[in-house]
Design a protein around this ligand. Structure first.
Ligand code: MIC
Ligand code: SF4
Length: 643
C-alpha cells in the first residue's frame, strides 16, 4: 500500500510505536524553534534538564512576540534567551528580524524534515513539505536535548484541490473554507494533507498561509507536497540544496477526503469570535469597519504585502479607519523598501509596524470600544485584541486592504482587473540578524544572564491516591488558552513569572477565579468539548498548576493543551458519558478515589460528586508513557526519575 506525504514523514522519523491511527508514535526531531513568549520558560526547562548542547540538526530562538518592551521585563528575557542560545548551540534571531514562522520558512525550513516549535503555528513549515508541529515548551526542551517527541498517530485527511483561484480570491479563503466545513474541532487527531491539480497553482507563501491556519482546525499539522514550486522558492532563497522532492504515492490511502474547487471560492471572513464562523464577504455585507490590521504569521509574506501595496497605491485610507501593516520579516520589509511598495503603503496612510506579532497577540493596536477590526491574522478569540467588546473578522490581505480604503467590509473583486504579482527570482538575503552560537570549546565561558523577572516554575508532587477538591470552575465548549491564560501587552511581559501571571488566570471567564482557587488551595476544572484549543502556551497548564488545579475533566481536549497538562502533572480526564457534564455545578465537592491505582493500572476512573451523591464514569486516552508521567507528577520529575 502506498504512503501519503505525512505518512512518509512520520515513517522516516519513527523512533517508537507503529503507524496505526490512535496509537502513540515517537518521532525523531530534526529542527526546533522557540519564540520569546514561550521561549523563556522552554530554556529554563532546558537548563533544568542539565544538557550541555542541543542535539538537533538545527535549533533557532526567535524574538518576535514581546517586542513592545514597556518595562525591563522583555528586554531581560531577550538577554536571557540570547545568552542561553549562545551557550547551548542555538541560533538567535534578533528582535526586528521577523516572525518566527515567516523567517523559519524563508531561511531554515527543509522539506522532508521534522520541526517542533513552542508555538501552535509551527505547521507553517508544512507549506514546504515539513512535518512541523506546535508543542509545549517542555516538549521542545526535551527535543532540543535529543529526546523523542510523541504524538498520537493521526488520521490523514486528503484535501483535494482542483481548479485555480480567481483574481482577488486568496489562499486565506481556502483555509477559511476548510474551517467552515471542518470547524475548530474538526482537525483534532488528524493531519490535513493537500493534494490534486490545484496544489500546482499555489505558491509556497500561499501554501504556508493554509498550513499555518490549519492550527485553527485543531489539527496535528497540515502538509503540502514538496515539488517544483517548493524548489523554485528555496532556490529564490538561495538554498536550492535544501530541496528534496516529497510526494504522495499514487496508491496512497487517506482516511477522509474533502474536495475543494478553488475556482468556486469567493472572498470570505471569519466572524467574531471563532475562526470557523465563516461566511462570504457578500453574505456579511458592507458592515462599518474601524480598524484594519495586516500582518501576522498567516499573511505577512512579500507576496501578500505586494498585493496590499498595489491595492493601496495612489489612494488614501478611509478617514474613519486605522490601518496598520506589519511585514513578516526583515527580508520582506527590506524588499518592500527597495522596490518602492513600502512607499505606496506609507503614502496611503498605513501605520507601519515592526516585523513582529504585534496586534495579533494584543501587543498594541487594540480597537476602539465595540469596534470592528478586520485582520489578516488567524485568531479572533474574544478579548484577544485587547478590547473586550471588539469584533474581530479574519480576512485575506486583499479584503483587508480594499476595505481599509472603503471604510466598510468590501469585496476586492470589485477592483476588476487582476493584480499581476510574480514571485521574485531571488529574495534579498542577509542573515546578519541571526547570531550563531558560540563554538563548543568556548561555550563554557558564556554566562547565562537571568533577569529579576525570571521566577522559578512551580514544582509538582507525585500523583496521590485520592484527590478531593471543589469544582472551582465550570466552563463551556471551545475554551481557548487565551481564556485560560490571556496574553496581551499588560500580561505578556510576565511569561517567566508564573506567580504574577496567576492573577489573570481565566479572567476572561471569571475575574474571581484566581483568588478563589488560591484560597481553596486546590481545585478541579470542569470543561466542555475542545478544551484548551488555540495556542501552545504551557502557561495555560503551569499557572493552573501553581493555583492548585489537580485535574481538568472535560468532554474533550485539544491536542497540545492535553500534552501540556500531562507534562505539568495535571490529570486530563474525560466524561465517559458527555451528559454527566450537565450534572456538575460549580462549587460541588468532588472526589477521585483510588486515582493513582487507576492511572497506574490503566483501569477505569470514577468521579464522585460528594455534594449530590452521584458518581460519573470517566475515560482517559493516555499512553503508558503518559500515565507514568502523571504518576511522577509531570515530565520534569519523570525525566529526573528516568535519569
Ligand atoms: C498565539 O498566537 O496565540 C501565540 C501567542 O503565538 C501562542 C504562543 C504563546 O502563547 O506564546 C501560540 O500560538 O502557540
Ligand atoms: Fe505571532 Fe500571531 Fe503568529 Fe501567534 S499567531 S505566532 S502571535 S503572529
Amino acid at each position: 500500500m502506498g504512503l501519503t506525504v505525512a505518512q512518509k514523514l512520520i515513517q522516516s522519523h519513527l523512533v517508537s510505536g507503529e503507524m496505526t491511527v490512535g496509537s502513540e508514535v515517537g518521532l525523531r526531531i530534526d529542527q526546533t524553534l522557540t519564540q520569546d513568549a514561550t521561549g523563556t520558560m522552554a530554556y529554563l526547562e532546558f537548563e533544568a534538564m542539565g544538557v550541555e548542547r542541543v542535539r538537533t540538526e538545527l535549533s533557532v530562538a526567535y524574538i518576535d512576540h514581546n517586542t513592545l518592551q514597556t518595562g525591563f521585563e522583555n528586554a531581560d528575557d531577550h538577554r536571557f534567551i540570547q545568552s542561553v542560545a549562545k551557550k547551548r548551540g542555538v541560533r538567535f534571531s534578533r528582535p526586528g528580524n521577523g516572525i518566527c514562522h515567516q523567517v523559519h520558512l524563508e531561511r531554515f525550513g527543509k522539506p522532508g524534515k521534522t520541526l517542533i516549535g513552542s508555538d501552535s503555528h509551527t505547521p507553517t513549515g508544512g507549506g514546504i513539505g515539513m512535518l512541523a508541529m506546535g508543542a509545549g515548551g517542555l516538549d521542545v526542551a526535551v527535543a532540543m536535548g535529543g529526546g523523542t517527541y510523541y504524538i498520537t498517530m493521526p488520521k490523514i485527511v486528503n484535501v483535494h484541490l482542483v481548479g485555480k483561484l480567481n483574481p482577488y480570491v486568496a489562499a486565506k479563503d481556502v483555509i477559511l473554507e476548510v474551517l467552515r466545513r471542518m470547524t475548530v474541532k474538526g482537525g483534532v487527531g488528524k493531519i490535513i494533507e493537500y493534494t490534486g491539480e490545484g496544489v500546482k497553482t499555489l505558491s509556497v507563501p500561499e501554501r504556508a498561509t493554509i498550513t499555518n491556519m490549519g492550527a485553527e482546525l485543531g489539527a496535528t499539522t497540515s502538509v503540502f507536497p514538496s515539488d517544483e514550486i517548493t524548489k523554485a522558492f528555496l532556490t529564490a532563497q538561495n538554498r536550492p540544496e535544501d530541496w528534496v522532492e516529497l510526494t504522495a504515492d499514487a496508491d496512497a490511502v487517506y482516511d477522509e477526503t474533502i474536495e475543494i474547487d478553488l475556482s468556486a471560492l469567493a472572498p470570505m471572513a471569519a466572524m467574531p469570535h471563532m475562526p470557523d464562523r465563516v461566511k462570504t464577504v457578500t453574505e456579511i455585507g458592507p458592515i462599518h469597519v474601524d480598524q484594519v490590521c495586516i500582518g501576522s504569521c498567516t499573511n505577512s509574506s512579500l507576496m501578500d504585502m505586494l498585493k496590499v501595496a498595489a491595492i493601496l497605491k495612489g489612494k488614501t485610507v478611509c478617514p474613519t479607519v486605522s490601518l496598520s501593516i506589519a511585514p513578516g520579516s526583515k527580508q520582506v520589509l527590506n524588499m518592500l523598501a527597495k522596490n518602492g511598495a513600502l512607499s505606496c503603503m506609507i503614502d496611503a496612510g498605513a501605520r507601519i509596524l515592526e516585523s513582529a506579532c504585534g496586534p495579533c497577540i494584543g501587543m498594541g493596536q487594540s480597537p476602539n470600544s465595540a469596534g470592528v477590526s478586520l485582520r489578516t491574522f488567524n485568531r479572533n478569540f474574544e478579548g484577544r485584541s485587547g478590547t473586550a467588546d471588539a469584533g474581530v473578522y479574519l480576512v485575506s490581505p486583499e479584503v483587508a486592504a480594499y476595505s481599509a480604503l472603503k471604510g466598510v467590509l468590501s469585496d476586492p473583486r470589485e477592483l476588476g482587473e487582476a493584480l499581476h504579482i510574480e514571485m521574485p527570482e531571488s529574495f534579498e538575503i542577509n542573515d546578519n540578524m541571526i547570531i550563531p552560537p558560540a563554538p563548543p570549546e568556548e561555550a563554557e565561558q558564556v554566562e547565562v544572564l537571568y533577569g529579576p523577572n525570571i521566577k522559578p516554575f512551580p514544582t509538582t508532587e507525585e500523583l496521590p491516591q485520592e484527590i478531593t477538591a471543589k469544582a472551582v470552575l465550570k466552563v463551556g465548549d471551545d475554551i481557548t488558552t487565551d481564556h485560560i491564560m490571556p496574553a496581551g501587552a499588560k500580561i505578556l511581559p510576565y511569561r517567566s513569572n508564573i506567580p504574577y501571571l496567576s492573577q489573570f488566570c481565566f479572567a476572561v471567564c471569571d475575574k474571581s477565579f484566581a483568588e478563589r482557587c488560591k484560597a481553596e488551595g486546590k481545585g478541579i476544572v470542569i470543561g466542555g468539548a475542545n478544551y484548551g484549543q488555540g495556542s501552545s502556551r504551557e502557561h495555560a497548564a503551569l499557572v493552573p498548576l501553581y493555583l492548585g488545579v489537580k485535574a481538568v475533566i472535560t468532554k474533550s481536549f485539544a491536542r497540545i493543551h492535553a500534552a501540556n497538562l500531562i507534562n505539568a502533572g495535571i490529570l486530563p480526564l474525560n466524561f465517559k458519558d458527555e451528559a454527566d457534564y450537565e450534572k456538575i455545578t460549580q462549587g460541588d465537592e468532588l472526589r477521585l478515589a483510588g486515582i493513582r491505582d487507576a492511572i497506574q493500572n490503566g483501569t477505569p476512573a470514577v468521579l464522585e460528586n460528594l455534594t449530590t451523591g452521584e458518581s460519573y464514569a470517566l475515560a482517559y486516552n493516555l499512553s503508558k508513557r503518559q500515565r507514568e508521567i502523571l504518576l511522577a507528577g509531570g515530565l520534569l520529575n519523570y525525566t529526573r526519575e528516568a535519569l
